[in-house]
Design a protein around this ligand. Structure first.
Ligand code: ZN
Ligand code: ZN
Length: 178
């Protein structure tokens, strides 16, 4: 199987982790992971059951600039962001249920305990959560630019305090009266 990421190397059977078979590229060292053996490998290591991959509703969130063809069937793989503040993405083929791991990506996932979350990352719920995080971060940035560092820090402190108050609705109402 020719590697569709570097277009030079070939995918050969390899061990992704202890007891987890997959393929590795002889050129770029990227790896191809089949969902089915992955789920069997991951299940005893993780408490929650597997999630079903879902195509993201908001395609703008997926990184099409680096769209990758599936090495098995050539179909365009869907890119899923793993974390809101990290560039790493998992490419997933819905036809073959294969996940492409960029060179070093498995170790990156493992270092964050995310190597057991691959089936969660490929769900709409996970992607929605990341979009919300990014929106909140963008809002916070705008607010900081508008009002300055000091006001932003104070407002953030008040918001965190407010979040812990059982009577926050009453407090907000009281503040809004002015
Ligand atoms: Zn390659
Ligand atoms: Zn495929």
């Amino acid at each position: 199987m020719k590697c569709s990421a570097c277009r030079k190397g070939y995918l050969r059977p390899a061990k992704i982790d202890e007891g987890l078979p997959g393929y590795a590229c002889t050129g770029c060292k990227g790896m191809l992971l089949s969902l089915s053996p992955y789920v069997d490998w991951m299940a005893p290591r993780r408490k929650q059951p597997r999630a079903e991959p879902q195509e993201p509703f908001d395609q703008s969130f997926t990184d099409t600039r680096h769209a990758l063809g599936c090495p098995k069937c050539s179909r365009i793989m869907v890119k899923y962001k793993v974390l809101a503040d990290a560039a790493h993405g998992l490419d997933y083929c819905f036809g073959c249920e294969e996940v492409w791991l960029d060179p070093g990506e498995w170790d990156w996932l493992k270092a964050r305990g995310m190597h057991l979350e691959i089936t969660s990352v490929t769900t709409e719920a996970w992607q929605r959560k990341l979009r919300q995080q990014q929106q909140r971060e963008a809002q916070s940035q705008r607010f900081r630019q508008m009002l300055g560092e000091e006001v932003h820090a104070e407002a953030t402190r008040i918001r965190e305090w407010l979040a812990q108050q059982p009577a926050r609705a009453e407090i907000l109402h009281y503040l809004g009266q002015d």
